[in-house]
Design a protein around this ligand. Structure first.
Ligand code: ADP
Length: 267
């Protein structure tokens, strides 16, 4: 499982197999260090929610009848929220393993980008309830040949991040456009943006930019999953900062395919 968890670990292992014994030994040590760091990080991400669940469940059990209704509800909410967090983390780990094992076999079909954005937003409806969401996807945008499950997951992760890192009350903008042979989808927010030194690293597994980001429920896996999925479908994904105001922009570029039907046309 852990071999497949990080791109860096996989790369390091590949390199170990290619270079001389001496370099190999050094790289193997690096890989061991990396694996230990990954294990520590994973253990921490599993232990934190588990501790909260156990603490709340213990209180409910021991104090049961003596708790007022509000406290009981709060404790139960903690159990549910933290279980969801664990669930999400495990789902992320499984996604990472699929990418790392090269086991991604997308199920391609033609889809209108607006429909997939719609289903990602429907899944994120609670998450974005404190933001204004604006979607600008022209009806004339050519269809995409993608795996709808994977593509929705990518959009969901980006929308989830926009809502998580940009303050309540701000706008999240989702734009679609075509530039020559490329179809671009961008997700813009009005949050703090990403320091320029970190722009590439945000796609690394377990990388989180700010100390402050650690207090938010997150795994540091969301964007590396986005990149793995998008690349498996033949596209690219990049991060940048907005130039018109503070905020991050994530842009997915997918090749416009020959023979692509227009929305409404038969496939
Ligand atoms: P997670 O959100 O679980 O930490 P991600 O891989 O999705 O993991 O993101 C990695 C890091 O990139 C985040 O911890 C955060 O520091 C930064 N980041 C991601 N999206 C945004 C955004 N929209 N605005 C500002 N920072 C972001």
């Amino acid at each position: 499982l852990f071999d497949a968890l990080s791109d860096q670990a996989a790369l390091a292992i590949e390199r170990v197999q290619l270079v001389s014994d001496v370099d190999g030994a050094r790289l193997a040590a690096e890989t061991d260090k990396l694996r230990a760091a990954l294990l520590t990080s994973i253990s921490h991400d599993l232990k934190t929610p588990l501790a909260a669940i156990m603490g709340s469940a213990d209180m409910l059990k021991d104090l049961g009848v003596r708790l007022d209704e509000e406290t009981r509800r709060e404790l139960l909410s903690t159990v549910i929220d933290e279980s969801e967090r664990l669930n999400r983390f495990i789902a992320n780990l499984l996604d990472m393993t699929r990418i790392g094992a090269g086991a991604m076999e997308p199920n391609y079909a033609w889809h209108f980008a607006g429909d997939i954005v719609g289903s990602a937003l429907a899944r994120a409806v609670k998450i974005v309830s404190h933001h204004r969401v604006e979607v600008h996807i022209p009806e004339t945008l050519p269809m995409l040949r993608v795996d709808p499950v994977l593509f929705e997951q990518v959009l969901f992760n980006l929308i989830d991040n926009a809502a998580k890192y940009a303050p309540d009350g701000t706008s999240i903008e989702i734009d679609g456009r075509q530039d020559g042979n490329t179809i671009m989808l961008s997700i813009k927010d009005e949050g703090p943006g990403i320091p320029s030194d970190d722009i590439e690293r945000v796609f690394d597994s377990f990388y989180r930019v700010r100390k402050a980001d650690q207090v938010r429920a997150g795994t540091g896996l969301g964007l590396s999953i986005c990149r793995g999925f998008v690349e498996a479908m033949g596209g690219t994904i990049t991060a940048a900062n907005r130039t018109d105001r503070s905020g991050a922009v994530f842009t997915i570029r997918m090749p416009a395919m020959a023979g692509m039907p227009m929305p409404g046309e038969d496939e």
